[in-house]
Design a protein around this ligand. Structure first.
Ligand code: NAP
Ligand code: MG
Length: 404
């Protein structure tokens, strides 16, 4: 078989630990035999980030901005323990945070649904995608605990010098106080990323806040979404037959549980943090969750939602066999290659990405799976395999599907 051609490279961001091992296996067995792969390679492994004073992360993010499509391996976010483990010069920031701020993006997380792993919510038939705003609110708040009575005030000093002041509460004893913010520009980017993604996926977009209680703060989110929808997206939504729908968060929760899935649910930062864990757990497993960062000007960065699977990596280093699930990392690659194919008009590349995903589904539906999924599978006799055997089985099926 002649290998599938590419024109423009995807930005390849390599990572750490067990997912770095998966990365190599996926490329060697599932991609390179079939695709004349073009990538611009950046090593975001922790040692290289340390060696380059994290320059490599910034360069990779700029490359994603320039080329439009990136695929990222999971990376270690250093903490105190990693500082000594890797003898780091500094506790480098989370690469995901750095890339997100360069691309000004919103993160969309979608479960990979398979027949033999049933969602806990039995009427969910299609995946639910959570779009989480990734800036501000309680994640950038200042807080205070007081042990005496007093007056809590909200004070804003404008650049013009104008001061506005409100009493939060006259406090009669010890208590806690919090101040948080968001920027209109960030909310607008969030809204556009959500509307663009809904168009891309041809799915309805739901958005929920608590604007009945938080009339100004959450009210601003509601108003900005509404304005951008009316001015920029309404016609395209109508042409595609998809809906934008705003509701209160408590109503949204009830509707989500009763729904059959198949839509995008946009959430404020905290809501998205909590709801994405709820949705992913109810669908099965973090190892079956894809994640894509979409910028308001249409750049895409694909990755797995899980981390570097450290526990499995230490076992791997000890020479033990692991049964690590590569699905989310494979789907990061298929997502990026399909997007590249769409942008460059390469039907063969899109079709290869479809077949790669099909090969994964066929393998799982035949009962061949990693240990994490075997524990969840129903109505099938699972055959538990190790990481290498699982990728090998997918490669065999992919070869058949491609007629190679
Ligand atoms: P993790 O890597 O997601 O793994 C937590 C546990 O979940 C694993 O020990 C394993 O459970 C299970 N698991 C996750 N992915 C799996 C897979 N593909 N196949 C099978 N089981 C899987 O989270 P962590 O251990 O908290 O974090 C490890 C490192 O990843 C940290 O250094 C963190 O900074 C980094 N991290 C990176 C990203 C990212 O780059 N996007 C995201 C999160 C965390 P069992 O051990 O029970 O089998
Ligand atoms: Mg969380």
């Amino acid at each position: 078989m002649e290998k599938i051609k590419m024109n423009v490279p995807v930005v390849e961001m390599d990572g750490d630990e067990m997912t770095r091992i998966l990365w190599r296996m996926i490329k060697d067995e599932l991609i390179l035999p079939f695709v004349e792969l073009k990538t611009e390679y950046y090593d975001l492994g922790l040692m290289e980030r340390d060696r380059t004073n994290d320059e490599v992360t910034h360069e990779a993010a700029e490359a994603a901005k320039r080329l439009g499509v990136a695929v990222k391996c999971a990376t270690i976010t250093p903490n105190v323990q990693r500082m000594s483990e890797y003898k780091l010069k500094e506790m480098w920031k989370s690469p995901n945070g750095t890339i997100r701020s360069v691309l000004d993006g919103t993160v969309f997380r979608t479960p990979i649904v398979i027949d033999c792993v049933k969602p806990v919510v039995k009427n969910w038939q299609k995946p639910i995608t959570i779009a989480r705003h990734a800036y501000g609110d309680v994640y950038k708040a200042v807080e205070l605990r007081t042990d005496e009575p007093g007056t809590a005030e909200l004070v804003f000093t404008g650049a013009s010098g104008k001061v506005s002041r409100q009493t939060i509460q006259k406090m009669f004893g010890a208590g806690v106080i919090q101040g948080m913010h968001n920027n209109e520009k960030s909310i607008e980017s969030f809204a556009r990323a959500c509307f663009n993604y809904a168009i891309e996926m041809k799915q309805d977009l739901w958005f929920s806040t608590k604007d009945t209680i938080s009339k100004v703060y959450d009210g601003a989110f509601k108003e900005i979404f509404e304005r951008i929808y009316e001015n920029e997206y309404k016609e395209r939504f109508e042409a595609l037959g998809i809906k934008y729908f705003y509701t209160l968060i408590d109503d949204a929760v009830a509707r989500v549980i009763r729904s059959e899935g198949g839509f995008i649910w946009a959430c404020k930062n905290y809501d998205g943090d909590v709801m994405s864990d709820m949705v992913s757990t109810a669908f099965g497993s973090l190892a079956m969750m894809t994640s894509v960062l979409v910028s308001p000007d249409g750049k895409f960065e694909y990755e797995a939602a899980h981390g570097t699977v450290t526990r499995h990596y230490y076992r791997h280093l000890n020479g033990e066999e692991t049964s690590t699930n590569p699905m989310a990392t494979i789907f990061a690659w298929s997502g990026a290659l399909r997007k590249r194919g769409e942008m460059d008009g390469l039907a063969d590349l899109c079709s290869y990405a479809d077949k790669l995903e099909q090969a994964c589904f066929d393998t799982l539906n035949s009962g061949v799976m990693t240990k994490d999924l075997a524990g969840l599978a129903e109505g099938i006799e699972p055959k538990v395999v190790n990481t290498g055997e699982f990728i090998g089985a997918i490669a065999t099926r992919l070869t058949e599907l491609l007629g190679a």
